[in-house]
Each structure stands twice: as C-alpha cells, then as structure tokens.
Design a protein around this ligand. Structure first.
Ligand SMILES: CC(C)(COP(=O)(O)OP(=O)(O)OC[C@H]1O[C@@H](n2cnc3c(N)ncnc32)[C@H](O)[C@@H]1OP(=O)(O)O)[C@@H](O)C(=O)NCCC(=O)NCCS
Length: 396
C-alpha cells in the first residue's frame, strides 16, 4: 500500500460539517434528512469527531459517542463509533488506519473498557481488534401457513396503536428489556428521535411504521408492497408478550410474508406446528466489540461456570493485550496481568467475539484462532456461555 502522501488527521470543527456530510453521503450512496442530521450529531458530537484532510479537503471521517452497553449480568460504559468513511479516490492508502489509530488512542485515554461499532463489511475491523459480538438471523414466515400449537400461549392483550401514542410504553419496555439483554444499549432521546423520524432513506422502499403494543412487549412494523411486512423492531419482556405479538402479526390478513431479524434463541419456530415455516434467509453480525481494557471487561461481566486459567491475548493494533490470570468463582471474575505460562491464547478480536457469549469458543478453536488444550477450551466455553443471546439494541 502506498501511504497517502499528505493526509493529516485532526479534530473536526463545525466548519467541516458540510464536507463530512458530503463524504458520508457519497460513501454510502444516500442523502440525509436535515432533521436526521441533528439527531446524529447529538449522538456523536462534532467535538469527538476526527477528519483526515488532504490538499485542503476532508477525505476521511470518523465520529463517536458515549454509550452504555449491557454485558452478561452488568452494564458497561463504551464508546460507539460511527460515520466512518474515506473518499473513494483516497482509499487503500492508510487513511482509515490513521483515523482509527488516533480515535482509539483517545478512547484508551478516556479509560472506557469497550469500543463498539456496526460494520458495513465483515473484513475491515478484525485487524483493529474488533470481533462480531452479536448475531441476528433474518427470517421469513408466510403467515398464511403459520399454525400455532395448542400449547402455545394465547394471552391476547395486544393493542393496535399509533406510534406516537405508543411512545411512552415503547421507552418503558425497551429500557426494561435492554437491562437484561447483552449487547443492548441504553437508548438516548436522540436515538429514539431517529427511530420516530423514520427517514425515508432507511425504509428500504417500505411505508410508514405501525405499532402493536402489549403490556410486556411491542412490535414496530411496516408494509413493503401488498404482501410483505417487515418487523422493524420487536422487544418483549415475557414469553406471553412474544406469543401474543406474533399471533397478532400472523393475524394480519391481506399480507403473506413476515420478515424479521431474530436472535438464534428466539422461540418463534417452537410456537408453530411446523417450525420449518420460519425460514432463515440470512444470518449476519450486528454489534462488533473491541475490548479496550481486558481486566476491566472480564471482571465486569458475570459468568455461569467457574474457571481458573491463564490467557494470552494478542492486540496487534494497540496495547490492550498481554497475559492474564483469570479466576472465576460463583459467577464473579478476578483478572490481572501475570508472568505465568498461558493455557489459552487468542487475538483480541476473538475475545470480543466470545465476550457476550454469542460465539462458542470451540468454533474459533477449530479455526485455529483460539489455542489451548481441549479441557481448557471446554472450561472457557462453559464459563463464557450465557443463557440469553446477545442482541444489538439500536443501530448506529
Ligand atoms: C472502509 C473504508 C473506510 C476504508 O478506508 P481506507 O482508507 O481505504 O482504509 P485503509 O487504507 O486505511 O486500510 C486499513 C486496512 O484495512 C483494510 N481494508 C480497508 N478497507 C477494507 C475493506 N472494505 N475490506 C477489507 N479490508 C479493508 C486495508 O487493506 C488495510 O489493511 P492493513 O492496514 O492491515 O494492510 C473505505 O473504503 C470506505 O469509506 N468505504 C465505504 C464506507 C464504509 O464502508 N465505511 C465503513 C463503515 S463501518
């Protein structure tokens, strides 16, 4: 790679906003609504943004904002990164790397244990120590053939309400849901405002948002043409609310397909006489995490099984790696640097991928990316598993 000869990374200023907007719009082939930009800058303040400048023009950008992310049994401060773009004529010459380096030095100086992002492409961020920490299955269910088992809960209680009318309940339910769901973030007002603004460019050609509300959950959905309904966001606190909402969605005559993104442990297939009707048509990563401080992150989360080991973590990008003694007892971990010989070794990206329990250690071991004796690998996998799948709370 020929390094860009003149790109200089510097803090963004208000005067850069028009150039940043053009850069992002061009990179993603989209146009922001003016109202949407106001919310984005509230989430990712301009004084945290960085630009790369070459020949007097903004050719690269990244911004970030503080978040609180739920991890198994706890909540942790994190920095969420978004708006990453480099102008096409300046790509593959180290501009992103230079921006990332400066941005992560700043995040390390802030002392937060996690950095988070969602990735446009899966091949970019592993080299910077990020692992895919939450996954989602894209499912399609033809509601005309969905039959609920006689044993499936049928509590009723779903109301059809307008989205503005539903807002206080959506906020209450989301807040209760995100506190127990690894991967989910606290949702600031600006993030709710973005959901309710529902920019046309984010609708994928679909119509307005509609809401189904239950005391223990909600579904926000939109129509795509005559026959397809996309469930944009569904959050449930109880099995009853989950079944009631799916029954209501399946009761929508005049449509065929229901499309949704669900975690792998979603019980929908097991409510139906024919689980195969819930067809998985895609599977993709949602949240990516980089662990900025290994002892802080590992001692913050809770665990389901005891473990005593020494783990080597390699951080090829910054200096978060090292060798750590990890002792987990009664669900609580102690973790500190050690000079002892490691039993397990992995990249920081792999630690990020297993951190929320979304990926089994054995998969990375089989790929040659997590090294250790079979007994140590099994013990690691048991300790890091969590009884609830990780879910990204809101996209950023
Ligand atoms: C992705 C993007 C930001 C990369 O910027 P860039 O300046 O070309 O990246 P760099 O030259 O600094 O590359 C840094 C490293 O990432 C790699 N890389 C860059 N883009 C990549 C891609 N799309 N897929 C896989 N690897 C990629 C480079 O090969 C390089 O690897 P190395 O340093 O380990 O040798 C740029 O292509 C872009 O703006 N794309 C469109 C918008 C986008 O997808 N943004 C990311 C949103 S999450």
């Amino acid at each position: 790679m020929t390094p860009h000869p003149a790109a200089r990374v510097r803090p963004a200023e208000k005067a850069d906003l028009a150039a940043i907007r053009l850069l992002i719009e061009t990179a993603f082939g989209t146009r922001f609504d003016p109202a949407e930009l106001e919310h984005i800058w509230a989430l990712f303040p301009v004084d945290r943004a960085l630009v790369a400048e070459a020949d007097g023009r903004v050719v690269g950008h990244t911004h970030s904002g503080p978040m609180t992310i739920t991890v198994p049994g706890a909540e942790l401060p994190a920095i969420g990164i978004s708006g990453v773009a480099v102008a096409a004529p300046q790509r593959r010459r180290g501009v992103l790397r230079a921006l990332c380096l400066e941005q992560h030095r700043q995040i390390a100086a802030e002392g937060v244990p996690l950095a988070a992002l969602t990735a446009s492409e899966g091949g970019i961020y592993g080299r910077f120590g990020y692992g895919p920490s939450a996954r989602e299955n894209r499912i399609r269910l033809d509601r005309r053939f969905a039959r609920f088992l006689p044993t499936a809960p049928d509590p009723g209680g779903v109301r059809q309400v307008s989205v503005p009318e539903a807002e206080p309940e959506l906020r209450r339910i989301y807040e209760a849901w995100r506190r127990v769901t690894p991967g989910a973030q606290q949702r600031p007002d600006a993030a709710w405002a973005l959901r309710f603004a529902d920019p046309v460019r984010m609708r994928g050609g679909g119509g307005d948002l509609f809401a189904f509300l239950h005391p223990g959950g909600y579904a926000l959905y939109r129509h795509h043409g005559d026959q397809s309904i996309e469930i944009k966001e569904m959050r449930t606190l109880t099995a009853e609310a989950h079944a009631a909402l799916w029954r209501a969605l399946c009761g929508r005559d005049l449509s065929h397909d229901l499309v949704a993104g669900l975690p792998a442990d979603d019980p929908l297939p097991y409510l139906l006489t024919d689980p195969r009707q819930v067809r998985t048509v895609g599977s993709y990563d949602t949240l990516w995490l980089r662990i900025m401080d290994v002892p802080a992150a590992l001692t913050a989360r809770r665990y389901d099984a005891d473990l005593e080991t020494v783990v080597a973590v390699d951080d090829p990008f910054l200096d978060a790696g090292g060798t750590f003694a990890l002792r987990i007892s009664g669900g609580v971990a102690e973790c500190a640097p050690t000079t002892a010989e490691p039993e397990l070794s992995m990249g920081l990206d792999v630690l990020g991928a297993i951190y929320l329990g979304a990926h089994p250690a054995r998969a990375f071991a089989a790929a040659g990316r997590l090294l250790g004796a079979p007994g140590a690998l099994r013990a690691l996998e048991r300790a890091f598993a969590w009884p609830r799948d990780a879910v990204l709370g809101w996209g950023f």
